[in-house]
Design a protein around this ligand. Structure first.
Ligand code: BG6
Length: 599
């Protein structure tokens, strides 16, 4: 996924600083390359771009000096076309009259490029963002130079899910179109702007307009016009004032967003429970979950969100006797796509609400007539707009690429729903926020120590049994994401059926243990330690377990359903400290992006 931002003002000014600030707030969406383009009053286009992160490229190419009354910036997570200067965005058309940039995926990119080359257009790279610009250019030349018509025509040529912003040197307008990827516009005093998401717009204005699929935005310094791509007709919809917080993009004194967001978990968990109690969305959500006719509920997600679905399935079953099937987005399509129907219900879980692998599954469920429930963090996201009922995670924006607070709130939400389905008093969960705060305090030092040991290893295992199995998987994912070491999460009883062969002197294995599973886990620990492995436990205090392991990260006592949520904290901290020990920036690990809007 990439990030795009565009702005148009009523006077020429230093636009570089505004583009840089917006770019930094989109950095979690991609950091393979970055570029800025400004258009001066006389139509001169200044385009600067290169491979690398915004801080470095901005310094090298002096973005702060860029001036104009229109500007576009793009931050790239490479899909079509390797990271290079040519494939960095924004892109020019053949004659340098237009400049534009995109986010998303144009799946017929190769065929379109071949056509452009046959037609004599100047194609400089292999990136599909350039394809969007040439697609408009081609029709612009043919239909007498009207950008709106050219964009409508290009829409029919371009296949895939994307959003792009574009402008022509001779017209003081900015154009943008949405087809599947996120897009939001902002109205300010003497300027308007458009972006892939809110964080880059909010420091400039709170008057925002969410763009829907198939809509074209035409921006002037005075206002925002909307048109339908299919009929070119104007659409009347006004901006709304965004009332949410905007301070989330600051580090708040922490060295990394990840550590800040780990420390935000007690507060956001408390806020979520407060919000859920008495929310009418919850009642509608529960109604849909109860109306399943004993058919299993599908819990669908990818990456960290899938691990929350897995934990949710344990909660639904063990607390409320409800059968739930945790499944990855694409797997849902391949494994259940031909059997689900109008009687089925699926909960789609995605913090960003934009993960393509999840939205594809939503599409299939829609086509099959099934019920679509959404769990998301980003309001206004595609998942929110396509769900019958949705529940927000209320975490505020999560900037760091490795998900932390959104996972904890996904887990808290599933626990809350399971309590409600079981008819249990949710007041029992009120202690959770304080328990999370105590867990951070109690385990940070030990996690740092264990991370020091693990930093010397390139492979290891995280094991969990039952309720702590999803935490072992989530911990392993965090470690892989931000340390580049290989770590496999696994159901602990499964370890002896093969992977145990990896164990030799000092080989690290971490055991996440829920209260009541200690005896079972002690067996599994000894299978490792008798072969020279180093056993590290993450669990509430337990004397016998303590006697069998080398290191022990003790989490506060809690019931067996709350305990896995607490154990998530040391799992996050181990990875965080190991990443920092290895000199890696945990917020922006190589090759990854916060949300993937591509297949
Ligand atoms: C990946 C992120 O791109 O998407 C992961 O790197 C994340 O951290 C996964 O868990 C799923 O994202 P979402 O937004 O659908 O929960």
């Amino acid at each position: 996924m990439c990030g795009i931002f565009g702005i148009i003002t009523n006077k020429e000014q230093p636009l570089g600083p505004i583009l840089i600030e917006a770019g930094k707030r989109l950095a979690y969406r991609g950091y393979d390359s970055v570029g800025c383009a400004t258009v001066a009053g006389d139509g001169t286009i200044d385009l600067r771009k290169d491979v690398g992160r915004i801080e470095d490229v901005s310094a090298a190419l002096d973005f702060p000096a860029m001036r104009g009354s229109r500007g576009i910036t793009q931050l790239r997570w490479a899909t079509f076309g390797a990271p290079s200067h040519e494939n960095a965005q924004p892109h020019l058309d053949s004659d340098g009259d237009m400049v534009g940039a995109h986010n998303g995926n144009v799946v017929n990119n190769v065929q379109m490029r071949e056509m452009f080359l046959r037609e004599g257009l100047t194609v400089r790279g292999t990136n599909d963002g350039e394809t969007c610009v040439h697609a408009v250019e081609r029709h612009f030349d043919r239909n007498g130079g009207r950008m709106l018509d050219a964009i409508c025509a290009a829409y029919d040529d371009l296949e895939g899910d994307y959003a792009f912003v574009i402008t022509h040197r001779d017209e003081h307008r900015l154009y943008a179109i949405k087809k599947g990827s996120g897009l939001v516009a902002g109205l300010g005093d003497g300027f308007t702007c458009v972006s892939s998401d809110l964080p880059s717009i909010l420091p400039l204005t709170r008057q925002v307009l969410y763009i829907q699929d198939g809509e074209i935005v035409v921006l002037s310094p005075e206002g925002i016009e909307l048109y339908g791509v299919h009929d070119g007709q104007q659409i009347n919809r006004q901006t709304k004032r965004y009332e949410g917080p905007i301070e989330m993009a600051e580090k708040g004194g922490y060295p990394h967003f990840m550590l800040k967001e780990i420390h935000e978990q007690p507060a956001v968990a408390g806020e979520l429970l407060h919000l859920l109690n008495g929310s009418r969305h919850v009642e509608r959500f529960l109604e849909a979950l109860r109306a399943t006719d004993e058919r299993p509920v599908y819990l669908v997600g990818c990456g960290t969100s899938y691990h929350a679905c897995l934990l949710g399935a344990y909660y639904f079953n063990q607390l409320a006797g409800v059968a739930a099937v945790p499944v990855l987005g694409p797997q849902f399509i391949e494994q259940y796509g031909q059997s689900v129907g109008p009687k089925d219900t699926a909960v789609f879980v995605s913090q960003s609400g934009e993960t393509k692998d999840v939205l594809n599954a939503v599409k299939v469920m829609r086509e099959r007539g099934g019920r679509v429930l959404g769990v998301l963090n980003v309001l206004g996201s595609t998942l929110m707009n396509t769900s019958d009922v949705y529940l927000p995670l209320a975490c505020g924006y999560e900037i760091s690429v490795p998900a932390t607070k959104t996972f904890v709130n996904q887990a808290v939400l599933f626990l809350y729903l399971a309590y409600r389905l079981a008819g249990r008093d949710t007041a029992e969960l009120d202690a959770l926020a304080a328990l999370l705060a105590r867990t951070i305090e109690a385990t940070d030092g030990a996690a740092r120590e264990v991370a020091g040991y693990l930093a010397g290893w390139e492979e290891m295992y995280f094991l969990g049994y039952g309720l702590s199995h999803p935490i072992a998987l989530e911990g392993a994912l965090k470690l892989k994401e931000i340390t580049y070491a290989h770590c496999e999460g696994m159901f602990s009883s499964e370890f002896k059926h093969g992977p145990l062969s990896a164990v030799h002197d000092g080989y690290p294995v971490v055991f996440y243990t829920a209260p009541g599973d200690e005896s079972m886990m002690i067996n599994h620990v000894n299978e490792v330690t008798v072969r020279g492995g180093r056993a590290i436990a993450v669990a509430a205090a337990h004397e016998a377990l303590g006697k069998n392991v080398h290191d022990y990260l003790v989490v506060p006592d809690a019931d067996r359903f709350t305990a896995p949520i607490l154990a998530t904290v040391p799992a996050q901290l181990i990875s965080y400290h190991m990443s920092v020990t290895r000199g890696i920036d945990p917020d922006f690990p190589r090759n990854l992006s916060k949300t993937l809007t591509v297949d």
